[in-house]
Design a protein around this ligand. Structure first.
Ligand code: DGY
Length: 419
């Protein structure tokens, strides 16, 4: 095993809290939903059983309605804001009240297919399948009430791309007045210039207070939210997970789950066509409140390659990425857009997890060279700059939190692909 792999494993162990892993000490001291599922992919390289536990812990905190929350607050820590008292969701183990990209179905299939202990894996995956299926059903029931085949996010934090340029227009509809006074903690751990702005935080908090006022009742939240956006990246992850869950369920003899999820995936892929922009060579977000596509060339529209989209679309996405010519991986926003900011969180920096999912999608579409370029430049980034949360895509400068769990996990995955 090489030095990079050793360093990655050290970080995963350091951030391990026994049954779940924190994204990084200080800045994110709890369990985050999509972080955990991607973390398990790193853990599988040195402790398969621990990898299953990571996802089991997350899904043990699923809500009765099927939602899997974006944060599980396993133990108190006032170093993070907004903590459990702000969310006030009333769950036995406190959680936030919104969700995150549904990467669990994909992660389960990956873990299962590569498992060395086949018997243990079959047992563990069989128990998890119905939970992930319930989460997928929850998405299409509550976030696609009109049956369009695509789900909306109702808070930017759900996308994982908190301050993307994609949200600027629809987010402007969310008020900033009337929220309780608060103190941010993120800017005490990371450079404020690399984090979302105060105005964005005011709006994040307004939405949290609004949903809390509605009792976190997911039958009401979608229609009651002034922010409802259909994100192609978010949908691609859900579609890919649905397709992967369908394949797994078929193998496990859970045929109802297989049929339901294959139908979600088929409908989703067909509906994604409405988000395609030929002019931009990528998919775009759709503002469901305004009823219009959002003219913003973010990585969300490239991440769509993670879903089984038509090969011609994937090839066009590969061309778009090549034309952007980022030195390291894929920038989170098109660098030639005047709104691009190389160092500010999701408004330009490169993130290893998204690189990984895009690379995986391109490889599946048969675009091996494009996928290999992503693997190579992602590993270059780590060799030069270490295991940061995100990076300037041109200079490689490490940004945000350090010794970052999912970055380390992705490094183990990239190294395995290179081998
Ligand atoms: C944060 O606190 O920055 C998270 O992205 C919200 O989940």
């Amino acid at each position: 095993m090489n030095a990079l792999a050793h360093a990655a494993i050290d970080i995963l162990k350091e951030n391990d809290r026994g049954t779940y892993t924190v994204p990084t000490k200080g800045l994110y001291p709890f369990q985050w939903n999509w972080d955990s599922c991607l973390t398990a992919l790193g853990q599988r390289h040195f402790d398969e059983s621990r990898a299953w536990t990571e996802i089991e812990t997350l899904l043990a905190n699923q809500w009765p309605d099927g939602m899997v929350p974006h944060i599980v607050f396993h133990q108190p820590d006032d170093g993070y804001f907004p903590g459990p008292d702000i969310w006030a969701t009333g769950r036995p183990v406190p959680t936030s009240g919104i969700t995150q990209p549904a990467v669990a179905g994909f992660a389960l299939r990956r873990l299962f297919e590569h498992a060395k202990d086949r018997a243990a894996a079959a047992k563990r995956v069989a128990a998890l399948l119905p939970k992930v299926a319930a989460w997928h059903r929850w998405f299409y029931d509550t976030r696609d009430p009109a049956g369009e085949g695509l789900v909306a996010i109702i808070h930017p934090w759900e996308s994982g791309r908190d301050n993307s340029i994609d949200w600027d227009r629809p987010f402007a509809r969310v008020p900033t007045e009337g929220i309780a006074p608060y103190t941010r903690r993120d800017t005490q751990h990371a450079d404020p210039e690399h984090r979302p702005t105060k105005e964005q935080y005011d709006r994040y908090l307004w939405l949290v207070e609004h949903f809390r006022g509605l009792g976190w009742d997911n039958r009401k939240l979608h229609d009651a939210s002034p922010f409802r956006v259909v994100d192609p990246g978010f949908n691609a992850i859900l579609i890919r997970s649905a397709a992967d869950l369908a394949a797994l369920a078929q193998e496990m003899g859970q045929f109802d789950i297989a049929g339901e999820n294959q139908a979600f995936a088929n409908r989703g892929v067909a509906a994604m066509e409405r988000l395609w922009s030929d002019a931009h060579g990528q998919y775009l977000c759709y503002d469901r409140v305004a009823g219009e596509l959002i003219d913003s060339r973010s990585i969300g529209g490239l991440l769509a390659a993670f879903a089984p989209i038509p090969t011609a679309r994937a090839a066009r996405i590969a061309d778009t990425i090549a034309a952007q010519a980022s030195r390291f991986g894929v920038a989170s926003h098109a660098p030639d857009d005047p709104r691009f900011q190389a160092k500010r969180y999701w408004r330009g920096p490169a993130w290893l997890v998204v690189n990984y999912m895009i690379g995986d999608g391109l490889a599946r579409a048969g675009l091996a060279d494009a996928a290999e370029a992503i693997t190579r430049t992602s590993l270059d980034l780590i060799r030069i700059s270490g295991f940061a949360e995100y990076y300037d895509p041109h200079t490689g400068e490490p940004l945000g939190g350090g010794r970052f769990t999912w970055t380390a996990a992705m490094v183990l995955e990239f190294l395995a692909m290179e081998a």
